[in-house]
Design a protein around this ligand. Structure first.
Ligand code: ZN
Length: 163
């Protein structure tokens, strides 16, 4: 059976990268679905850190926490601010000021299991939003929660082992 490097079993479309590319393509044609672009990207990269730039993962982990804490509109405001900042040449990393209150990414090791994954997303009638944008948004939120939860448990495991 096909297994993704995040530990998920492949779905009808394939492993998570196939779902991720499908979401990015559908977002292009559907701006309402595109509102969840930032949490989709952050959760995907944190569930598949070998595909990510390590120096951005901490900021992405904190962005997901901000999303779960304050909601999508707050995340969109911070993300828009990051884009504006990058246009002014500060490309090196995320502006950490709005993210400083959140838990940093635990060093060393990544989770081997997430209770909600991209390859588990339903894809019906050729669409990720066939049952509506709110239902889709709720599923992305569940994946975001699962992502933060598993990364936090990595740290808890390390602490209990005295590292
Ligand atoms: Zn995966």
């Amino acid at each position: 059976m096909d297994q993704c490097d995040c530990g998920a079993i492949a779905g009808p479309l394939g492993v998570c990268v196939d779902y991720y590319h499908g979401i990015l393509a559908e977002e292009q044609a559907d701006p309402r679905m595109g509102r969840w672009h930032a949490p989709v990207v952050c959760a995907y990269l944190l569930q598949h850190p070998s595909r990510a730039h390590e120096k951005y993962l901490d900021g992405q982990f904190r962005l997901l926490q901000l999303y779960l804490d304050k909601g999508l509109d707050a995340l969109l405001r911070v993300a828009a601010h990051q884009v504006a900042r990058n246009k002014h040449g500060a490309r090196s990393s995320y502006d950490m000021a709005p993210l400083a209150a959140y838990t940093p990414l635990p060093p060393g090791g990544s989770p081997s299991h997430f209770r909600a994954t991209f390859s588990g997303l339903p894809f019906r009638e050729g669409s990720f939003v066939s049952d509506g944008h709110l239902a889709y948004g709720h599923r992305i939120e569940t994946i975001a929660e699962a992502t933060v939860e598993s990364w936090r448990s990595v740290r808890a495991t390390q602490e209990s082992q005295g590292r």
